[in-house]
Design a protein around this ligand. Sequence first.
Ligand code: NAD
Length: 537
Amino acid sequence: MRRSRVQFPPRAPLSYPANVCGLTLQFGQVYPIRMNKSLIPTQELMQRVSGTHWLNNNYVAGSGPRTAVIDPATAIQCGEFAHATNTEIDSAVRNANRAQHEWRSMSALDRASALHSVADKMLAITATTGEVLTREMGKPFRESNWEGGASASAFRYYAEIARNDQGRIAGPAIAGQLHMVIKEPLGTIVSIVPFNFPVLLFGWQAAAALAAGNAVIVKPSELTPLTLLTVMQAFDHLPAGLVQVVTGGAEVGQYLVAHEGTHGVAFTGSVPAAQAVAKSAATRFKPALIEASGNDPFIVMPSAPLDAVARGAAFAAFLNCGQVCTSAERFYVHEEIYDKFVAALSEQARALRVGNGLEKVDIGPMASTRERDRVEKIVARAVEQGARIVTGGKRPKHLTDGAFFEPTVLEVKPEFDIMHGECFGPLAPVCKVRNLDEAIALANDSKLGLGANIYTENLAEAFRAVNEIESGIVWVNTPLNDNDAIPFGGRKFTGAGRELGQEGLEQFRRSKMVMIAPTAEPDPEWFPYPDSDAFNA
Ligand code: NAD
């Protein structure tokens, strides 16, 4: 979920469509986009896109019921979203299928060029989409601003690799013929995204799906609808309806997945929601990319330099307030360095500045008070089972309004509940192990299998971790990083399929077998069969 070498985008001044920003939205009314030089405050923009869906390259006021969007740093409402009605979704699906026919008919070079333009525009507006994201779900602005750049990078990557090939030619089974597989787009893809990295994860799915020739309908999280609506300004040059956003809750996602007019699904979120989506998609045999929860282990061996380990551990546990699917959720630390590690990690945790993500802080609030309350219960249960809180474990005294929770280090035992589910909060439960065998066995004692970390400078230990840990990703001394060119995903209950890399493109293509004979001549294998081939001949 992080690429340290991605450049942070410049904070360019932005332009917004005045005709969206200057009007009172009305139900069902269409507000066409025209980029111009008018610059309005982001909070104003959030009000203007509140209650709309992005349909056919326009912000259209939704007619369904509204839900408030709350800034988790201040507990003040910062906007609202409309729950898309079935009629609105039907219309979005029709738009998407129409646009997809146009898009798939374009040359691969023209599609690549259009996707590079998406990347350019995303970079140009990332300071604003970043601010909206921080206001909606709390993460520090640095992280929100980074997301736009990282997402743009995925669009550039897929813009190019998608035109490398569109299938392959096989050695013919019949002399003189051309036998091949053509890779075709699936049609319209439903993209369902969570709150924690909405711009990045939407980008990973949409870039690959579009590059493969599909249309995309996005259903954002209820906590971050305004961010993805704002991002749509980077897509307004594509065929109308090719990329659309419909907001709402699980019911909107369910309706889209089950819809006969959609042809593939890309889901990122929790395991129960993933299972509901996968079941529904399976009923219509729709290919479904499923990226669900993680509870990544983090193994520390004595050869690892303590300072780097403690800082890496703090980053892996507390980035985005621990709301990363690949957050380090379970620490298994060799007994030789256990005490020193606990002290060093706790010192790192205490030094983190917690506060409003628009200020100079390292950690923002959790995305909602519901999430904060859930994490509080996990801590309470761990303490009940005998955990020792070394630092944190409560709401910060000076931040009473928002959904804040202190970065927390706990000493635990492997059997405690906290080690057997996804915490998805700023918690670092640490457990002592005797050796690498025990650490790997505990790492594998999980129903989930997304990522895994090991810190060691012993090559043999690193090789063992890579080969023996049951996960989709292993990081050796470099937590949380990713690479557009390498597939990302998990195993076990974490899901099925892969994002990024060539594998990520294949998720959104289907194969068509094609055989061509150069001339239309009778085949000697056809009727009538020669008598010499009969059973009693
Ligand atoms: P969530 O499951 O509550 O919601 C995710 C999305 O699914 C939302 O848009 C939601 O409205 C929708 N949804 C929920 N139920 C649905 C249903 N029955 N049918 C259709 N759509 C439905 O998840 P969240 O709280 O937003 O995100 C946190 C979770 O996402 C964590 O478990 C985290 O590990 C996971 N995640 C996984 C990855 C990955 O790559 N594996 C990446 C990021 C987050």
